[in-house]
Design a binder for this molecule. Structure first.
Ligand code: C2E
Ligand code: CA
Ligand code: CA
Length: 540
């Protein structure tokens, strides 16, 4: 701070620490991997349920078909069920032998099986194999029984229908058919258990079944109603199989997740580096003194000579050459280096003006970014400049562009009011090109309006009226603001603007920007000359 201006390096910290950057990289690396695990976890469950549903569909429709076949065979006997057994037998035998899946067809009288397709006339109480279910209920019935008197080692599905004379017809389906079907569609190496239950009876193959079963492993639970009664099918999954599916999915998808993770890490790392390097480059440029200021003269129309200059920052990088101001100013704003950069600019201006001899009231225009304007540092920074240039005090003009929005307008207002009290003037730069022109007029005290080059360009030789430009001029005059026209390149533009009361003109017609030394030299020789003399001299 030997020259009274703040030290720019105090603001030059990176927005993220190294640890935070590393943490971001770790999170970015983990995100796709975790997402892959979660997706595979749920996908494995979905795959299991989908496959079990297909198996269940096959079982249910096949069981329904078997029941229907047996029932049709049984129904052909029902109308003649009151015949004596001898007369029924040939029919019973043919039906039982020709109907698929059917083991026997029997006729029941009261509670006793009295005629069987396989054994002829007999007398076996129903209660010996069907303790709970009786045909006396009235309607059709269906039950899974643990054994039948003739085949005690196997389960059987019995379906029946009452007939005239207190009789009933009953078809017996061997449980083995159902079991084989179940094993084929839902094998035990794929599923923990498949349960087929018929109205209240214990399940098919119940003796083998593992109990109790964890309900969370239930994959399918379906119920089917047939003319003979309803049955239910449940399929439970195997933990090992789910695990195998999960691993298979992970093996398929994980390489992609790893690749995505690597790509993201690389992108974020590059972004981090390019951001920090852009920031670093600007900071190194400040430290290595690669910036300098050029001054573009401002012509005072009523004074008839040079009445000021705009300070424009320049960056010449030793290895790359000149960087366009639009480019590095935007980068500095994005990387939040604009405040230290402007503080550096103020130092450079203070150094240039320490030896510059200018007329009293000379306007020295300096561009300030919105971030700086809303910062509490602004007044100190400008005051420091005012103190250093007090010997040959130029009139400081702060140019605020309205291309970028000012966020903290209250702080900005306070700053501008404090600085105006110190004699600083405020100019709205690029007026009419942003989206907040009128808001700015309402919020900020202003002394000058800078008409953007775009509006000046609407003046062509012979133009008598440029609607928007005229409106801006009228607006400025009604606000008592002085007008500066930027980018004036032709005499036609100059004459048009002067005729409408524009007080200052800046542009290539009068002079381009030049280094401090060149400007000092130019100012000594041409600074007091009228525009016509300057343009003639420049043209030579
Ligand atoms: P600006 O503030 O509108 O500056 C005027 C720009 O118009 C300058 O470009 C100047 O060289 C150019 N110019 C002047 N007269 C004419 C003309 O007759 N014809 C044409 N075609 N152009 C003319 P430059 O120096 O490239 O600056 C571009 C922008 O960069 C500036 O626009 C300003 O927004 C920004 N900038 C430059 N220096 C600084 C600075 O120190 N601080 C901040 N915050 N921004 C700066
Ligand atoms: Ca400007
Ligand atoms: Ca401008």
């Amino acid at each position: 701070m030997e020259d009274g201006l703040p030290d720019a390096s105090s603001d030059l910290r990176s927005p993220l620490t190294r640890r935070e950057r590393l943490l971001v990289l770790i999170l970015v690396a983990l995100a796709p991997l975790l997402a892959c695990v979660v997706i595979c976890y749920y996908a494995a469950g979905r795959t299991e349920r989908r496959e079990a549903a297909i198996a269940a569909n096959i079982i249910v429709s096949e069981v329904s078909a078997i029941v229907e076949v047996a029932r049709s065979a049984m129904l052909t006997i029902v109308p003649h069920a009151d015949y004596p057994c001898e007369k029924l037998l040939p029919d019973l035998a043919v039906k039982a032998a020709t109907a698929p899946y059917v083991r026997t067809i029997n006729v029941i009288k009261g509670d006793v099986v009295f005629c069987s397709s396989a054994f002829g006339k007999l007398s076996i109480p129903l209660s010996t194999f069907m303790p709970d279910i009786g045909h006396e209920r009235g309607g059709e019935w269906m039950a899974l029984v643990g054994m039948t008197p003739m085949v005690p080692e196997r389960q059987a599905l019995v379906i029946g229908k009452p007939a005239a004379g207190g009789r009933a017809v009953m078809a017996v389906i061997d449980g083995r058919y159902l079991l084989d079907l179940m094993r084929a569609a839902a094998p035990l190496d794929m599923y923990r258990q498949a349960e087929l239950r018929f109205a209240g009876s214990p399940p098919l193959d119940g003796a083998r079944m593992a109990t109790p079963l964890d309900e969370s492993s239930l994959l399918v639970n379906t119920r089917k109603v047939t003319a003979s009664g309803a049955f239910e099918l449940r399929i439970y999954g195997l933990r090992e199989r789910w695990r195998a599916t999960f691993i298979a999915l992970m093996l398929r998808d994980m390489p992609w997740a790893v690749a995505l993770s690597a790509l993201l890490v690389w992108l974020v790392w590059r972004l981090q580096n390019s951001r920090s390097s852009r920031r670093e480059q600007l900071l190194r440029g400040i430290r290595a003194n690669e910036f300098h200021v050029e001054y573009q003269p401002l012509y005072g129309v009523s004074a008839g000579h040079c009445d000021g200059a705009e300070a424009l920052l320049r960056w010449v990088r030793p290895e790359f050459g000149e960087v366009r101001p639009g480019e590095f100013i935007t980068a500095a704003e994005d990387e939040h280096v604009i405040v230290p950069l402007t503080q550096h600019l103020l130092k450079l201006i203070a150094r240039d003006f320490a030896t510059m001899d200018v007329r009293p009231g000379f306007h020295l225009s300096i561009n300030f970014s919105p971030e700086h304007l809303s910062s509490e540092k602004l007044t100190d920074d400008v005051n420091a400049l005012l103190e250093t240039v007090s010997k040959n005090r130029p009139q400081i003009v702060m140019e605020i562009t309205e291309r970028t929005l000012i966020k903290n307008t209250e702080q900005a207002q306070r700053n501008l009011e404090a600085l105006r009290d110190k004699g600083v003037k405020v100019a709205i730069d690029d007026f009419g090109t942003g989206y907040c022109s009128l808001t700015y007029l309402e919020h900020f005290p202003l002394d000058l309006l800078k008409i953007d080059r775009g509006f000046v360009l609407t003046i062509e030789p012979g133009t008598t009226r440029a609607v928007v430009l005229d409106a801006i001029i009228d607006l400025a005059l009604s606000l008592d603001a002085q007008l500066v026209a930027e980018g004036v390149e032709t005499m036609a533009q100059f004459d048009y603007l002067c005729a409408r009361g524009v007080g200052f003109v800046q542009g290539y017609l009068y002079a381009k920007s030049m280094t401090a030394d060149a400007f000092a030299q130019w100012y000594r020789t041409l600074g007091s000359q009228p525009l016509a003399a300057v343009t003639v001299t420049s043209a030579q």
